[in-house]
Design a protein around this ligand. Structure first.
Ligand SMILES: Nc1nc2c(c(=O)[nH]1)N[C@H]1C(S)=C(S)[C@@H](COP(=O)(O)OP(=O)(O)OC[C@H]3O[C@@H](n4cnc5c(=O)[nH]c(N)nc54)[C@H](O)[C@@H]3O)O[C@H]1N2
Ligand SMILES: Nc1nc2c(c(=O)[nH]1)N[C@H]1C(S)=C(S)[C@@H](COP(=O)(O)OP(=O)(O)OC[C@H]3O[C@@H](n4cnc5c(=O)[nH]c(N)nc54)[C@H](O)[C@@H]3O)O[C@H]1N2
Ligand SMILES: [Mo]
Length: 699
């Protein structure tokens, strides 16, 4: 089938610059050497200030992924049972006709809201991530999806305090003297920031990691503080107690740029170090010592990312931590303050309206939170039921919480599932039709990094393999096949990129399509020495950093920072904890990118078999020896896995890697069988880490 509007010129020979589009903060820029139309080598761009010529262990052999014999290269139709993963090749024409017939018949019989898009950030390229797909589903009037699985809760929490989620340039951490990596595993998940942290360390900075687990990052930090999961708000409030009581706060900054200090002072009375110690499982002395160090060594910076938001009170945790830099006036210093996602800047600078066309969306149409997929697909009372689901950039059968329900839903014969993918993932195994998706080596895109202030253009180095297409082309073809005619559904890839860059924002001055074609990447043009809140400038209603938030009060939340234990935690539900006494944290793996690469033998071998890590005390109580096969279980699910007895975890805490495909795990099973799909307080995330389990030897 001929492409409708996107065909690119790719060179037969030469070197082409592109950018890794994985959902990772680093967004590395690479160079692909092409010979006879085939990509021969791929290496990090030596001139890019963040990549500096080095990719990560998983992406170094990216071309193996591109040319993997397991790539989906043609449209496929299911021939086996759902979940079995048996397909036959069909033509694009036939697949599109059959899919559009089914969708059109569903619309006629049940209404368009019986169709559900399901996508996430499997590609961070803006075209693949959220462009023609969003326009297509809006114009179709399909059910809407709240995509809050990553980042939204953290942003929303920080915004409640600051008015927006902006922070300092992560590269400015090199000026810091005290760096708190709070609930983030930098060496595994944000590797290219490590160089900056190391530079600060060489200049005398102290590196603190706050994480219940002794991660690789914690293992090399100067100070590892390990609170009970979900209790960081209590830690931050305990720190504020010490800082206020010992007069270590910045009185001038507080007076000029914050709101509600007196109320905060009253609130922190409940969090004297001995009380905070009971809540967090830390010692009162450690809380005091940490508070004093944080308040007196400057510049002091806090780096947060995502991990900590996966809790019921995730937004409140981030909102509370965001009070700290205001209290000590850390925002004044270059290299002081807080830093999280650069998307807070891209949201301003780029023309995302032109990209996603929110004006086409009808907000009265029902909207489901993606964390609730299992519930949505199995709810018999839903009217209309979800009849068809179109999945792309995402592997919900593995990464969505409460997986048994997700799979039960996917198994339903009445559900028609279409998956646009590079591989037959656990989700694609349930598909009625699978369409082949290109990798970033094969398509044009633009990628703003969420970990740094750089944007890159991804030029295609080679022609699409087989009959694979970019997501944009898939939605053009589907729209065409469904007789949809709005011209915005057929914009070319180049046009979309031009539009995204067209907002006229000063931070994008001179950064246009031609510039990116020529240079490959650009740094957001923030003023030299940028300190976002050095002189206030918060965008809350009061214009101040709000220790007290009237907006939160009006939304029914506590207007002040507060610690509340999660419902599913030992403190929140002692009865449940009597049955399932261990808390489970499921984290990212070094050689996988979420669930991507689990199917690649090289990365799987490097990673090693999945293990459950538990503390020697908990192992002893259950008669578990290192290397035993154990069962991990709760009321939502159970599976078997090899045990590793280690003090990397605290007593009472266990951890497993989150993204193993159950079909590839040596004993089957996958972490999200056990996880909690409770929604976060605000921001629409999920409480993955508020999960109680027990572990037992096999009967
Ligand atoms: N190699 C690799 N890199 C990745 C990814 C990957 O899968 N593999 N995934 C990418 C994605 S999508 C994301 S979002 C980022 C995530 O980057 P991070 O935010 O660094 O990711 P996580 O590993 O999910 O969580 C970080 C840490 O939070 C800790 N944690 C959990 N609950 C709490 C808590 O209540 N308090 C505290 N203090 N700590 C807590 C966990 O123990 C974990 O070590 O990484 C990206 N980079
Ligand atoms: N228990 C637990 N669960 C978690 C987490 C956790 O810490 N613990 N972390 C959560 C977080 S932070 C995140 S971000 C999510 C991540 O979950 P997902 O967003 O589902 O990420 P992946 O598992 O990498 O799946 C992305 C898929 O997109 C495909 N893909 C890549 N590029 C393209 C493209 O251009 N087009 C199409 N059509 N497909 C493409 C890849 O092949 C891959 O299969 O998981 C969440 N789930
Ligand atoms: Mo994520």
């Amino acid at each position: 089938m001929k492409s409708i509007t996107s065909a690119y010129d790719t060179p037969a020979d030469g070197t082409v610059r592109g950018i890794c589009s994985h959902d990772c903060p680093d967004s590395c820029v690479w160079e692909v050497k092409v010979e006879d139309g085939k990509a021969i080598t791929l290496r990090g761009d030596p001139d890019h200030p963040i990549t500096k010529g080095g990719l990560c262990a998983k992406v170094n052999p990216f071309l193996e992924r591109v040319y993997s014999p397991e790539r989906v290269l043609y449209p496929l139709r299911r021939v086996g049972k759902k979940g079995e993963g048996k397909f036959e090749r069909v033509s694009w024409e036939q697949a599109l006709t059959e899919v559009s017939n089914r969708l059109m018949s569903d619309i006629e019989t049940y209404g368009a809201s019986s169709i559900l898009p399901y996508s996430f950030a499997g590609s961070q390229g803006l075209l693949q991530f959220a462009s023609l797909d969003r326009r297509f589903f809006s114009l179709l009037r399909a059910s809407r999806l709240d995509r809050g699985l990553c980042g939204e809760t953290a942003s929303a929490g920080i915004s409640a305090t600051q008015g927006n989620a902006k922070g300092i340039d992560p590269e400015d951490l090199r000026h810091s003297k005290f760096i708190v990596l709070w609930g983030t595993n930098t060496m595994v998940n944000n590797l290219h920031l490590w160089r900056t942290i190391q530079e600060a360390k060489n200049n005398g900075a102290k590196i603190v990691v706050i994480d219940p687990i002794r991660t690789r990052t914690a293992a090399v930090a100067d100070w590892h503080i390990r609170p009970l999961p979900g209790t960081d708000a209590a830690l931050a409030l305990g720190m504020m107690h010490v800082i206020i009581q010992e007069n270590l706060y910045d009185q001038a900054y507080v007076a000029a740029h914050t709101l509600g200090f007196e109320k905060l002072k009253e609130r922190v009375a409940d969090y004297a170090p001995p009380a905070a110690a009971l809540m967090t499982g830390l010692s009162a002395e450690e809380i005091e010592e940490f508070a004093r160090a944080y308040a007196t060594i400057s510049p002091a910076a806090i780096r947060v990312l995502i991990g900590m938001e996966h809790h019921e009170h995730g937004a409140m945790m981030f909102r509370t931590i965001a009070c700290l830099p205001g209290l000590i006036g850390a925002w004044r210093d270059l290299g002081g303050g807080m830093t999280r996602s650069a998307f807070a800047y891209w949201g301003d600078a780029l023309n995302l309206e032109a990209l996603m066309r929110p004006d086409l969306e009808d907000e009265t149409i029902r909207c489901f939170n993606m964390a609730k997929l299992g519930e949505v697909l199995t709810d018999k009372d839903l009217k209309p039921q979800i009849r068809s689901m179109i999945v792309y950039n995402c592997n919900p059968a593995t990464i969505t919480p409460n997986q048994s329900k997700v799979k039960e839903g996917l198994q339903n014969e009445d559900l028609f599932t279409v998956v646009l993918e590079q591989f037959i993932t656990e989700t694609a195994r349930y598909a009625d039709y699978v369409f082949p998706a290109t990798t970033e080596v094969e398509h044009l895109d633009i990628v703003p990094s969420w970990g740094f202030l750089y944007i890159g253009l991804n030029k295609p180095a080679i022609a699409p393999l087989g009959e694979a297409v970019p997501n944009t082309e898939f939605f053009r073809r589907l729209a065409h096949s469904m007789n949809m005619s709005d011209p915005c559904l057929f914009d070319s890839d180049e046009q979309i990129i031009r539009d995204v860059l067209s907002g006229g924002h000063p931070w994008l001055d001179g950064i246009n399509y031609e510039h990116l074609i020529e240079k490959g990447w650009a740094r957001l043009r923030l003023p030299e020495g940028w300190r976002p809140f050095s002189d206030g400038g918060f965008t809350t209603i009061s214009g101040k950093l709000e220790f007290y938030s009237q907006t939160l009060a009006e939304q029914g939340f506590d207007p002040l920072p507060v610690f509340k234990p999660s419902q599913e935690s030992p403190a929140g539900d002692p009865e449940l904890a009597a049955r399932f006494p261990l808390t489970l944290i499921t984290t990212k793996s070094m050689h996988f990118l979420n669930s991507s690469y689990v199917n690649m033998r090289r990365q799987r071998n490097s990673e090693g078999d999945p293990t459950l890590e538990l503390h020697p005390e908990d192992a002893r109580a259950r008669d578990i020896q290192n290397g035993d096969v154990v069962r991990i279980f709760n009321d939502r699910g159970s599976y078997e896995i090899e045990a590793r007895v280690t003090d990397r975890v605290r007593p009472g805490l266990v951890t497993v890697p989150f993204a193993w495909w159950s079909s590839l795990a040596p004993l089957g099973g996958s972490a999200n069988l056990l996880t909690n799909d409770i929604l976060s307080d605000w921001g629409g995330g999920a409480g993955f880490h508020d999960t109680l389990v027990d572990v037992a030897t096999r009967p």
